[in-house]
Ligand binder design. Sequence first.
Ligand code: ADP
Ligand code: MN
Ligand code: MN
Ligand code: MN
Length: 338
Amino acid sequence: MPKYKLEYIWLDGYTPVPNLRGKTQVKEFADFPTLEQLPLWGFDGSSTRQAPGRSSDCVLKPVSVYPDTTRKNGVLVMCEVMNADGTPHISNHRATILDDPDTWFGFEQEYFFYQDGRPLGFPDGGYPAPQGEYYTGVGYKNVGDIARQIVEEHLDLCLDAGINHEGINAEVAKGQWEFQIFGKGSKRAADEVWVARYLLIRQCEKYGIDVNFHCKPLGIELDWNGSGMHANFSTKTLRETGGKEYFEKLMAAFDKYRDEHIAVYGPDNHLRLTGLHETQSIDKFSYGVADRGASIRVPHSFVNNGYKGYLEDRRPNSQGDPYQIASRILKTIASVTA
Ligand code: ADP
Ligand code: MN
Ligand code: MN
Ligand code: MN
């Protein structure tokens, strides 16, 4: 029987942003293992801010599984962290979120490549040409000589893994890129975002490059964009029934729960949601057709189809936890009767 390399991946206990962790166990299976075949495993939670030293065992519970084509017989196993008594660990947000397979999410993950403490392509001690030509740009002066190779490799790794990766583009700042992940159901979509993040971070190792997911790595003073993770969403009702009246009720609920949304939309978002750089300011809620300065952008197609389709919440940031973001959106939607 072939020996499979099972990379168990989980989120650690660091706050406000958990790190991805992973370790390998080798096991024999007749064929590529299914989720049901994968055993629980454990790790030392005292090294990941998930347990005191004296009683340090945390449990890894596999929740989704993906082929890993960087390794012979490689398997990526996304896990939830459980306590020894089988209850979800306090750091395990996935265990308690709302889910609905009929609600579809598309996350646009923006990030910076970083090398030597600055965005890839920034000269030592200075700045490259101002923003303008980098977004969706082509050519060495815009994207350098290595970034495209990494994003292409990452795209293929995601597709090999069965992740619903939908596209890539160079972003507004130099060294900044985006990928999009689409999934039906919050857990499915969010698992795939986390595994795609893992694959990107890992793929960068051999280039001596890190991924900086901070939402405003260059600070608020200078004219450099921050990074978001726009959350596009559609429910069955939004796709099939829609209507202006329902839409307006939904937007009123998003307004009412503004603070609750911002609370899970990623740390330091006040640095990014300033009203500049294609954002609405953090203390306002607005929506608008094709408006990239609104909290929620309503696509033209949505209005043209009788207020049916998907909406784009532009507020979640690049360090946000997609489990909690999707769950909060579902919670607000559930507060409105169609
Ligand atoms: P932009 O950069 O113009 O905001 P992108 O093309 O980067 O747009 O992202 C659009 C996102 O919307 C994609 O992730 C896509 O999967 C998602 N999307 C498209 N249709 C739906 C839908 N019906 N429900 C949820 N998400 C959707
Ligand atoms: Mn996009
Ligand atoms: Mn973008
Ligand atoms: Mn967008």
